[in-house]
Design a protein. Structure first.
Length: 403
């Protein structure tokens, strides 16, 4: 669309705490509203990535301001807060940023490969609801291909490092006799499932009670790992009985509060949710140890050091894909000219003067004009990729056609 450029705007873990990021989290209903709002605001294409580490909006718009206003109008966060803590990028810088995000180079845990799956989901949703056009479809597909190449050709995502695994590392280092502790896990979605399996595999603990709002999901995992299932209605009793509580739910507000810990028994709480689903002020209690995703991301090990060594390789792969994408963008600029030339060549077939000349040429016998026109157009496109010469490209195509 005329006057529109590619922009990115967002906040992430580098400047904001989990509680702030939670104010700008975008769920399914908000995303749908945002896409509709983009159409009304004249934003021709839009993509939103909302994870525990970031909320970013990408789009073809007249300014980055248009994107930030749209995002903040559909979330609970304040636009002044967003503007104070956010970053904006334009054109080539915004494109490079999306590639870096997709590769896990900009993740809180370097090389986090889960982010590309989240980008795919966000892209699919936006496309299904009319938020994606040819530009962003090509761009996101390029980002996905670059991420796949990095995964296959580098060790950037090597080893086991994730927020779920970092929780296991924390428990191993900070809880004595971990295998004997009673564990309560709330939420059996993807993160909850991964964490639960890690507890069983790495901590040798099966004294785990699972609770989920949808009880069938908790029972399915419990049956798979031979664990217990608790009732959501009896959550307060389960909280009191547990030594360790891991929360991986997606509630809009905290579901566990200071009042749940009045008995004074020592407990370790791990909040894997964004926004926080354990009230942060629980940390003020002397008998409570509370960590969230920001705390867990600080856990470093040899795996991250190995990943750092792979960053130059990943950036080289990204550079190759950006070059290919830029070449595609350049070719898009040539499409109107190429279409005009093809139309003119087709018109020439009906020109009496041309036909009189052409039929006198010995090399014209048995030639399919449509095949020859397509060959001329293909050659012209190739030449324009090498060097754009304006009207000279047109003249060369005419000469090639009548030769």
């Amino acid at each position: 669309m005329t006057g529109h450029l590619f922009f990115a705007a967002g906040i992430n873990y580098k400047k904001t705490e989990a509680s702030i990021r939670g104010q700008f989290a975008v769920g399914t209903e908000q995303y749908l509203s945002l896409i509709e709002g983009a159409k009304q605001a004249g934003i021709s294409e839009v993509l939103v990535i909302s994870t525990c580490n970031r909320t970013e909006i990408y789009g073809l718009a007249t300014s980055a301001k248009a994107l930030t206003q749209l995002l903040c109008s559909t979330t609970t966060g304040d636009i002044d807060t967003f503007n104070r803590l956010s970053y904006t990028k334009k054109g080539a810088e915004a494109i490079t940023h999306l590639f870096s995000v997709g590769a896990g180079l900009d993740s809180q845990i370097l090389g986090d490969y889960e982010i590309i799956g989240q980008i795919k989901q966000a892209f699919k949703f936006s496309k299904e609801h009319g938020g994606i056009g040819s530009f962003m479809e090509r761009l996101v597909n390029s980002v996905i291909q670059a991420s796949k190449s990095i995964k296959n050709n580098t060790a950037l995502s090597g080893g086991t490092v994730s927020v779920a695994f970092a929780a296991i590392q924390f428990l191993k280092e900070n809880v004595v006799d971990i295998s004997d502790k009673k564990i309560l896990l709330l939420g059996t979605g993807k993160i909850g499932r991964n964490t639960c399996k890690n507890v069983v595999d790495y901590l040798n603990n099966t004294n785990i009670t699972l609770i989920n709002r949808t009880a069938d999901k908790a029972k399915e995992l419990a049956d798979e790992l031979n664990l217990k299932v608790g009732s959501y209605e009896l959550i307060e009793h389960e909280i009191q009985a547990a030594d360790i509580i891991i929360v991986a739910t997606n509630a809009a507000t905290p579901i566990i509060h200071k009042a749940h810990f009045s008995n004074g028994n020592a407990k370790v709480l791990i909040d894997l949710s964004i926004p926080n689903n354990i009230a942060p002020d629980c940390k003020s209690l002397a008998h409570i140890t509370l960590v969230n995703v920001d705390d867990l991301a600080k856990i470093n090990d040899a795996t991250l050091q190995k990943r750092m060594a792979e960053v130059p390789k990943a950036k080289a792969i990204i550079a190759e894909h950006i070059t290919e994408f830029n070449e595609w963008q350049e070719m898009r600029k040539n499409v109107p000219v190429i279409k005009a030339v093809k139309s003119k060549l087709l018109e020439m077939q009906d020109c009496t003067l041309f036909n009189t000349y052409y039929t006198t040429q010995s090399n014209a016998v048995g030639v399919d004009h449509h095949v020859k026109i397509q060959k001329v157009i293909n050659n012209m496109a190739a030449n324009m990729r090498k060097e754009r010469k304006g009207g000279c490209n047109f003249i060369e195509a005419i000469n090639e056609f009548i030769a």
